[in-house]
Every structure is written in C-alpha cells, then in structure tokens.
Design a protein around this ligand. Structure first.
Ligand code: CAA
Length: 411
C-alpha cells in the first residue's frame, strides 16, 4: 500500500511540548550512585532528567503544552481530546477533562484517556486520523503526558523523566502528513508495568530492551508486508527514547534483521547493500537530530517519540517533502511503525525557541531536594491538602479537597 496522495492529507498541524520546573543532572546522580558519569552520558545517552515540582503533574504539563496551540488556532474546531498517559491521576475521570476546563475548550467535544504504556499516544494519533477522514472540518487535540518514576537506587533511576506533548491533528496539516500505511505488533510480556498499588514502575530492564527490539522488528515487518517504504527511503527515524541510546540499539537491530519482502516481492532492508548499514555515521545521520530533547528531559513515556519528532524538526533544516518514520513502543507490549512526509514550509510552524526555553528554564536541584520531591509526589493517602506554589508554569495543582484535584492557572 503506497501512501495515498489522491485523498486529502491528514496529520500533525502543530506540535508543542512542556516539561517540569526542576531537573536533576546525571552528574549529581552518578556521584550519589558511585558510578562513572560516562555510563549515564555515553552508555545511556542521558545528560539530565526532568523532575516535577509538587504542584506539577500530567494535567499541568499537558495544559501547558496545549495552551500555545489553542492560542494559535483557537478552540472552536476541536471536537475530540485524546489524552494518552500511563501516569493516570484517577481510575475513572479522564485527565483530559481537567485540561478541557483549564483551557476553556468547547463543551461540544468528546474527551477520553488512553492507556498502553508508552505506546498510547500513537494509537491516539491513528484514531485521530480516522476521525478526521470522516469529517475533515474537525480537529483532534492529542495530548501525551507522563512522569517516568522508578525506585531510588534502582537500575531504572537514571532513566526517569517527565514531559507532555500536544499535537493538533487536522486535514491539510502544516507540519507532517501521516501515511495511511502503518505496521503494528502486540505481545503479552511482563517487561515493565505498574500495578495500581504502586507509584513506581516495576521493570526487567534487559528483557525490556530485547522486547523493544523484537517488537520494532516485527512492527516494521508488518509495515513492509502492507506495502510500506524501505528503510533507506526515510530521512530520519523518531524512536520512543526511554534513554536515547535505545534508539541506536533498536535502529541497528532493525538494519541488521529487517529482511522482509518489499512491495515488489523482493527481500531487502535497504536499496543498497546493507553491509555498511550499521556504520556509526549512518546511525547518527538517521537518529542524532531526534535525541536533543530526550537527552535533556529523560523518559517521558507516551510523549517521548513526539519529543523526538520535535527535536528532529527543530534541528534539521532539510526535511521539506522528506519521508520520516515514527517508531512507538509501549511495554507489555505494543509497537507501531508508521511513516509521514514533512510538509514544505513546516519551519514557519515550529516552536523551536519555546522548546529550547522549556528545557533551559528548569531549575537544577541537588540530590536531597530530588529525593524529597520523589517521595512528596506520592499522593497515596486520601487527606485534604493545600499545595505550596513551586512551579512557574502557567497551570498548577493547588490542592486536594474532598478527593478532588483542584487546578489553577497562575497567569
Ligand atoms: N562509560 C561508557 N559506557 C558505559 C560505562 C562507562 N564507564 N559503563 C557502562 N557503560 C555502558 C554499558 O556498556 C551499557 O551500554 P550497552 O548497552 O551499549 O552495552 C550502558 O552503559 C548501560 O549499562 P548497563 O546495561 O550496565 O546499565 P544498567 O544495567 O544499570 O541498566 C537499563 C540499564 C536496563 C536501561 C536500566 O536503566 C533500566 O532498567 N531502565 C528502565 C527500563 C528501560 O528503559 N527499558 C528500555 C526498553 S522498555 C521501554 O522502552 C518502555 C519504557 O519506556 C520503560
């Protein structure tokens, strides 16, 4: 199935992200853990991770990410909000309803929450394209917001992070046309999960890396069987990045093992011989521009692949009319491989300065401060509380009262 060019294109018209008020530098963690900082910077490919203030959560980050989109496009045509997260704040009410209220979005709007680990924002994006195919006049707001939290002292601790991505999905998009063809793969596996009674994830790190690589390979095989592009037809690959080195591991694996039949029935991974495919320079050309934001922010689960997309668009100037791939992986596990074409003129619609500011404005903290925040953010009892203002973001969690979360705008 080659990309359909006769129908009206559908895709991402605007993309914005937000992160937290604080950050912990990996050097601080390395000295606390007594490990060589190079393991975290080079081995994992992480320089720092975002740490939420006590008055920040997935709702405040999502509202902060979405607000500039609403300011630019207005709320009138948004008929659906899809909120993807694995850091849900309620077992019943969709987190998107808080955002809906904070941003004054229309009542004539459906709002739902989606969950499948780090994958569900990609499901949301695909569901959004289907809604718009049925009615190209409407817009869908896709929100992906997560806080990655592991036990202190665990192997996963350096791969924490937090961020939200907001995407306006429309017909005739200004940034990325999403191809109709995509490849998917699902498998029941316990590589990473978070039972309802825990605030920190449980993870089998090595198993999760193998599961990610296998799922990527299988999703791409499905994509190719359905007539997708060859790997060497893409200008870049936006992977889910639990740590940025994971993108390199997965892409190398894909280049080495993705020998499945192409559209002509032949079997190949690239249009050239694949011997040089794992060359470090090739990997960097395909991936380096996608890693800037995740390197600084850490794992943001559902938002991660879309921070990779934002990073790519902000750091490469040559992408007009170029096909790029998005590879989404959510433990448990579901993976999806899809392609899209960058729209000429896309650079006029980017938020490069705001994105750099979201990262630069974070306050560095020491280990004791981080440790305190790590424990304070565990709202596991049902006590009422007022929450002191820490964040300078435009929205904050102000209190818990009668089991309700009370949010407020700070501007
Ligand atoms: N200098 C440079 N590199 C060094 C080094 C040094 N001094 N010391 C070690 N390294 C390298 C290692 O060689 C290794 O690189 P390779 O994998 O390329 O060999 C890298 O640093 C990491 O070292 P370890 O494997 O020893 O690290 P670890 O055992 O402490 O844990 C981890 C790494 C498994 C990723 C762990 O951080 C973890 O469990 N993280 C959470 C799970 C996760 O992120 N899984 C990813 C796939 S699942 C997914 O994607 C869903 C999701 O979002 C969670």
């Amino acid at each position: 199935m080659t990309p359909n060019t006769t129908e009206r294109p559908i895709g991402i018209d605007d993309l914005s992200f937000s992160t937290t008020h604080y950050r912990l530098d990996q050097d601080v963690l390395a000295s606390r853990l007594g490990v060589d900082a190079a393991k975290l910077h080079t081995g994992l490919g992480q320089d720092a991770f975002s740490v939420p203030a006590t008055d920040e959560d997935i709702v405040t980050m999502a509202a902060t990410a979405a607000q500039p989109i609403i300011a630019r496009h207005g709320p009138e045509r948004i008929r659906t909000i899809l909120f993807a997260t694995e850091t849900g704040v309620d077992q019943s009410k969709a987190a998107g309803l808080y955002v809906h209220g904070l941003l004054g979005l229309p009542a004539t709007c459906r709002v739902v929450e989606l969950k499948q680990a780090c994958y569900s924002a990609t499901a949301a994006l695909q569901f959004a394209t289907a809604l718009i195919a049925r009615d190209p006049g409407q817009q869908v707001l896709v929100l992906a917001s997560d806080i990655a939290k592991y036990q202190l002292g665990s192997e996963g601790e350096p791969t924490q992070g937090a961020a939200a991505a907001a995407m306006l999905v429309t017909a005739d998009p200004a940034v990325l046309r999403i191809d109709p063809c995509s490849g998917v793969y699902s498998e029941d596996i316990s590589d990473f999960w978070r039972p309802n009674y825990r605030t920190e994830a449980v993870v089998d790190g090595k198993l999760s890396i193998d599961a990610y690589k296998r799922a990527t390979r299988e999703a791409f095989a499905d994509y190719q069987r359905r007539g997708g592009r060859y790997l060497d037809q893409f200008a870049a690959f936006c992977y889910h990045q639990p740590f940025t080195k994971m993108a390199y591991k997965a892409h190398r694996h894909l280049l080495e093992h993705a020998g499945t039949p192409g559209p002509d029935g032949d079997s190949r991974t690239t249009t050239d011989a694949s011997d040089s495919a794992t060359d470090a320079a090739d990997l960097d050309a395909a991936l380096a521009a996608t890693t800037h934001y995740n390197r600084a922010i850490g794992n943001s689960y559902t938002a991660s692949a879309y921070l990779a997309l934002a990073s790519l668009l902000d750091h490469r100037k040559d992408l007009a009319d170029q096909p790029i791939a998005v590879i989404s992986y959510g433990s448990g596990a579901v993976a999806e491989f899809f392609g899209g074409t960058v729209v000429p003129g896309y650079r006029d619609h980017l938020r490069t300065t705001a994105n750099a500011h979201a990262i630069a404005r974070r306050q560095p903290i020491d280990y004791q401060h981080y440790q305190r925040l790590h424990h304070e953010s565990d709202l596991t009892d049902d006590a009422d509380r007022k929450i002191e203002q820490q964040t300078t973001a435009p929205y904050r969690l102000a209190a818990i009262a009668d089991h309700q979360r009370i949010y407020e705008a700070t501007i």
